[in-house]
Every structure is written in structure tokens, then in C-alpha cells.
Design a protein around this ligand. Structure first.
Ligand code: HPA
Length: 277
């Protein structure tokens, strides 16, 4: 799938609507090791990626690769429990499909989460980081889900990206974190292609260009969401210290392990946000 068409989106929506009458207002994409929140969705109707034509399949451990529709904290939600990444071989267009489907079904707010490495030396594994902005490095080189004919029904050819992560939603997340005494860092996220983790030289470069946390997802989804006029809240779970000194080794096991600390914190934060929306 090189580019998404209106038919691709409508077909996927139809398959979902045959099984559930849900009209979700809120979409959520839950990253590495952060999936358990989706298990508490009530009246859940679940789809695996094979159920929906074109849906990007997740092959990574820690990503269940399910779509869960139901209720959470009184809100009707559309939750991706695990996501597919560009390095898995799916196209950028496919990565955008779940977000387009959300838009088509009426989702107004997208909450995106991911596991990320700390480039900011003050961050420690287990921290949550409110994403205040991102650097679209691979998009700058042309890898963007908006490549191809513009879907004018969804948004403009040249969408504004001056405020990708919504200020009001961010303010709400800060309030909830303060009330719940969850430390909430803030910073700039960058998506790299992966799957190889960064070299120390990569990380010095990232630090130099103003990155606080590095991962392999989220940016493409946020861009599609903004193109379509959705409001976006982004939170990274810091799973590891980046390997700036060349002494620290980064592993996927470490990322999943940190998820166990991050998941309960993130659940409290997201549930709190949902209650206030
Ligand atoms: N680098 C890139 N992606 C990641 C990392 C990292 O250190 N940790 C979790 N996802």
C-alpha cells in the first residue's frame, strides 16, 4: 500500500462498524509494554490486524496488535493495543490507516504513547514525559504518511504543525499528574527509523539538535491526526537511558521491563485525563 485512498479507509471502517455500533470520541495508541490499559476497556469488541483489510500488523514482542473498541472512564474509546512500526516493513501510508479510520469514525482526540530512550541526562527509566513537540527527522527526508495524493476530505495539502501537541490537553495532563503525585517530565520527542538502537555518536547528535527522548513511532501518527484536525496528547514512557557514554547497553527486554513501572503511572494519568474530557 503506497498511498491511502478514501476506499481503503471506508473499507476498514465498514468492517469495524459491522461488529460494533461504537462512535468513539477518543482514540488511543499504546506503545511497547504499555498495552495493559487496553485490557481494562469495558464492553470491549476486539479486532486483530488480520480482521481489517490493510491494517498494519505488529510483529514485535510487547505489542499485542489488537484494536479494542469500548468504554473507559465513561468515554467511548478506540484503542490500538500495540502498533506497527516502519522498521517492520509496513508502509508509512499503512501506519496512517488506523488514525484515518479513527477520524472517519468521529474521533476528535488522539492520545499517543510510546516507550522512548532518555536523551536528556536528567531523565531516568520509569519517568513519564509529556511530549511538547517532535522533530520529524525521517519526515524531513521524505518518509511521511502524507506523501501521495492529498486526501482533501481529511485535511489540507500543507498542514500546519506549529502546535502538534495540544496545549489544553497538555495542561490537563499536568494537572492530573500533579494531583496524583506522578512526576511528569516534558520535552521533545524524535522518531528514528530503527530497529537498531542509536550509537553514542547518534545520541550526541540528537542531544545537540534539542531532543529529550528518542523512539521509533508516534510522529507519523501525530502528523496524520493533525492533518485531519484532531487534538493530540502525547506521552512517552522513558524505558532506558540512552547510551551517550558508550558504556550502557540498550535492550528490548529493558524496554519491556520499564513498561512494568511505566504502565501503572500511565494508566493513572490517562484515566484521569479521560475522566475530565
Ligand atoms: N532508542 C530508540 N527507541 C527506543 C529506545 C531507545 O533508546 N527505547 C525505547 N524505544
Amino acid at each position: 500500500m503506497a498511498f491511502l485512498t478514501l476506499e481503503d479507509i471506508d473499507t476498514a471502517v465498514q468492517v469495524i462498524q459491522e461488529k460494533t455500533p461504537i462512535k468513539p470520541r477518543i482514540g488511543m495508541i499504546l506503545g511497547s509494554g504499555l498495552g495493559p490499559l487496553a485490557d481494562s476497556v469495558e464492553s470491549a469488541v476486539k479486532f486483530s490486524s488480520q480482521d481489517i483489510p490493510g491494517w498494519p500488523a505488529s510483529t514485535v514482542e510487547g505489542h499485542a496488535g489488537l484494536l479494542v473498541c469500548g468504554e473507559l472512564e465513561g468515554q467511548s474509546v478506540f484503542v490500538l493495543q500495540g502498533r506497527a512500526h516502519y522498521y517492520e516493513g509496513v508502509s508509512m501510508a499503512q501506519i496512517g490507516l488506523p488514525v484515518r479510520v479513527m477520524q472517519r469514525m468521529g474521533v476528535e482526540i488522539l492520545i499517543v504513547t510510546n516507550a522512548a530512550g532518555a536523551v536528556n541526562p536528567d531523565f531516568i527509566p520509569g519517568d513519564l514525559m509529556l511530549i511538547t513537540d517532535h522533530i520529524n527527522l525521517i519526515g524531513m527526508a521524505g518518509l511521511t504518511p502524507l506523501r501521495g495524493p492529498n486526501l482533501a476530505e481529511y485535511g489540507p495539502r500543507f498542514p500546519d504543525m506549529s502546535q502538534v501537541y495540544d496545549r489544553d490537553l497538555s495542561a490537563l495532563a499536568r494537572e492530573i499528574a500533579t494531583e496524583a503525585e506522578i512526576p511528569l517530565r516534558e520535552g521533545v520527542y524524535i522518531c528514528l527509523g530503527g530497529p537498531a538502537f542509536e550509537t553514542p555518536a547518534d545520541l550526541r547528535f540528537l542531544r545537540g539538535i534539542g531532543v529529550d527522548a528518542v523512539g521509533m513511532s508516534t510522529v507519523a501518527e501525530a502528523i496524520v491526526a493533525r492533518h485531519g484536525g484532531m487534538r493530540v496528547l502525547g506521552v512517552s514512557g522513558i524505558s532506558n537511558k540512552a547510551n551517550l557514554d558508550g558504556e550502557t547497553i540498550t535492550t528490548h527486554e529493558e524496554v519491556l521491563e520499564a513498561g512494568k513501572v511505566i504502565t501503572p503511572r500511565l494508566s493513572v494519568l490517562i484515566r484521569g485525563v479521560l475522566r475530565q474530557l
